[in-house]
Design a protein around this ligand. Structure first.
Ligand SMILES: *Cc1c(COP(=O)(O)O)cnc(C)c1O
Length: 253
């Protein structure tokens, strides 16, 4: 399923997205998740027209961002330690979205860092923020309950002028599509709490194994890695795949 070149794989994924999204306007965004992959693979995707890239580890973004053209839109999709927010924001002016915000502390750090460099960001754009929702209740997955996520969303909307609260994100339990429905419900509740229009808020859901189902349930942004870049190789046992979206900080629940 992913034994072709990056360009071929990307074409196949785009084709499937188009098939499932038939009629959806705008079509869901495809974020190419490039964690652990070399810059050469990202360049291949870039040359095939890919612009949105997702990374989980700040040291990887810091390393790769200068190697790629600056019209790339970087999504930070991992668990970001708040003490790494400043370097990430300051050194990656085309950081476009931080998808897995799960604390007011992290939002405040991102706000402070972004406020300081706002005019150097492309078109002075605010940094987009998604709040991560726990839709699976699995101990290994991060994310907030909807009520707690709503408090973070309200904080970002009211107190963080350099940030734009842009929606919600989830990982979900593998094979359990009700997680996607729960994210839709969370978006409704958070839209009510913030006074924003639910339709204006993103639903970041769907990965290689379930992006078609996620799109059918309303996903506006899918995060696809291995179907584009091939399986990830982890050195020995240092990066158990189950924790790969984290950066090592203990979960903030
Ligand atoms: C790694 C990762 C993905 C991509 O997973 P694939 O199964 O390789 O498509 C998507 N979202 C998050 C949060 C990830 O950590």
């Amino acid at each position: 399923m992913n034994c072709g070149t990056v360009g071929e794989n990307l074409a196949r994924v785009r084709h499937r997205v188009k098939e499932v999204a038939k009629g959806l306007e705008p079509p869901p965004r495809l974020v190419a998740v490039s964690k652990t992959k070399p810059v050469a693979a990202l360049k291949e995707a870039y040359d095939a027209g890919q612009r949105h890239f997702g990374e989980n580890y700040s040291h990887e973004v810091l390393e790769k961002a200068p190697e790629l053209p600056d019209d790339v839109k970087w999504h930070f999709i991992g668990h970001l330690q708040s003490n790494k927010a400043k370097a990430l924001v300051e050194q990656v002016p085309n950081l476009w979205m931080v998808e897995a915000v799960d604390s007011i502390k992290l939002a405040d750090r991102l706000q402070a860092a972004t406020a300081g460099v706002l005019e150097t960001r492309r078109k002075g754009e605010r940094l987009k923020i998604l709040v991560q929702i726990d839709t699976s209740g699995e101990a290994t997955k991060s994310g907030k309950k909807t009520e707690d996520a709503a408090v973070i969303a309200q904080h970002v909307t009211a107190q963080c002028p350099a940030l734009q609260f842009a929606g919600v994100m989830t990982i979900g339990a593998s094979g359990d599509m009700t997680c996607f429905d729960k994210l839709v419900d969370a978006r409704e509740a958070i839209a009510r709490a913030t006074g924003l229009d639910a339709a204006s808020l993103e639903l970041s859901m769907g990965m290689s194994n379930d992006f078609e189902e996620a799109i059918a349930r309303g996903s506006t942004s899918i995060r696809v890695g291995s179907s584009i870049f091939g399986e990830r190789q982890y050195r020995s046992k240092e990066e158990p795949p189950v924790a790969e979206y984290k950066e090592g900080e203990s979960k903030s629940k």
